[in-house]
Design a protein around this ligand. Sequence first.
Ligand code: FES
Length: 514
Amino acid sequence: MRITGTGHASMRIDTAAGSILCDPWVNPAYFASWFPFPDNSLLDWESLGQVDYLYVSHLHRDHFDAAHLTRFVSKKATVLLPEYPTSELEDELRELGFTSFIETKTNEVVELDGGLKVMIQALTSPTDGPIGDSSLWVEYDGVRLLNQNDARPSDLSTFAELGHVHAHMLQFSGAIWYPMVYELPQAAKTAFGKQKRDRQFDRTWRYIDDLKASHVFPIAGPPCFLDDELWQFNDVFGDEGNIFPDQSVFMREYAKVGGTNGVVLLPGSVAEVTADSCTTTHPTDVDEFFANKKAHLEEMRERKRPIIEAEKASWRHPEIDVLKEMKRVIEPLLDESLYLAKGVGGPVRFDLVGYDGESVESIVVDFPGKQVRPYGDEKVRYRFRTERALVEHLLFIDEVDWVNSLFLSCRFSAARIGQYNEFVYAFFKCLSEERLQYAEGWYDEHLKNADKEDIRLGDWVVQRRCPHLKADLTRFGIVEGNQLTCQLHGWRFDLSSGRCLTSVGHEIRAHRAE
Ligand code: FES
């Protein structure tokens, strides 16, 4: 099996029974904030795109690049489709010209022509990607690969049961706006960032240990930030609170926990994987490349500047009345929302900075009052401050997912009262009837059927499944004193009161063992 690195979470898998291109992403995503790192735009995409199968793991814009798919990927390719609750991914790919689809069933192996086997595991909670994320397992001629991508299954046993995996690709770096955008003192931001960075690595080690593959490939990040306004997010300033460590940092940290089987793929690197070996060739010296990372980024920044400027010029739509449009889009959804609106539990304020950089229009999405209205000098649960032009653009293009656009762009600042609230982000990624109904239904089913099984962890008896997204706490739960940390997303719980210390709601059932 040959694996060609094509940047970020993307790779091309070649076997004698066919080739699969995964998540090709080249054009900047999220308001021109994220670019693939290292740069993959100079690869020979004309020939990389001539494949038998295409796998797009989910609709996040660093995995689904419509312009690139349109221009470079053969429309004769058969799409391997994850089993998602909505048809959005299939609809979008059909619109780009793909006509051949294999609709997989989650966790079911499909045998394709020539003995190539694939299995896709789809995760479908409203907090997984934009209503879904997935991983791809491939087997050919006794060699097995798991492209876990940036999906976070509660465990990897479904894949492990199919036989020893030889190549395991997984995310290790950050892909979120926390804590950088929060209006906090720098020391607090650094401390939270460091915690997050450590947690990301802990989770990665846990998955690696779960699967025990022959070779481990760090993929799906970090992106790089080439706009001057976001340049500080690149991990080139020796900041221990930076959440975007790169593949060379992964190798260093992995070595510290005894890892010896890590393989870095640069764009254009080729790994030949057999049942008992992995030979890799690179387009350039890997160590030297990462040693010169800053210069690489600076060169890329100059080259990509015109692309960023052109995108920026397209965001303003002064004809749009933002308050009126937000009312039109959001109020009907507030009316329908039970779980999400209750989960948010308070008003959320948007401060929109005008084109002059100074004037501000304050709009409140009032979840309890089910209204969108001008800010009325009240206490709010969250406050977001961003450019008015960005929101105009979201309304102009009828964007139904403000997470997969505005929030991931990191082009905003935020403040909140109290803990993190997952319902705020779940709501703003569901600005369509179809998505909102799905999310409401999901919470209805999962909150009502809280897990009944208990387990013993140290001196405590706790419910087996994490109150967040049901990770198995026999594997992910760590108890220190009265506190339990679930390593899947790092959420913490006070066992004596049952209170979740990371987010509102989500109490855990726990008592001291006799
Ligand atoms: S499942 Fe997310 S922290 Fe436990």
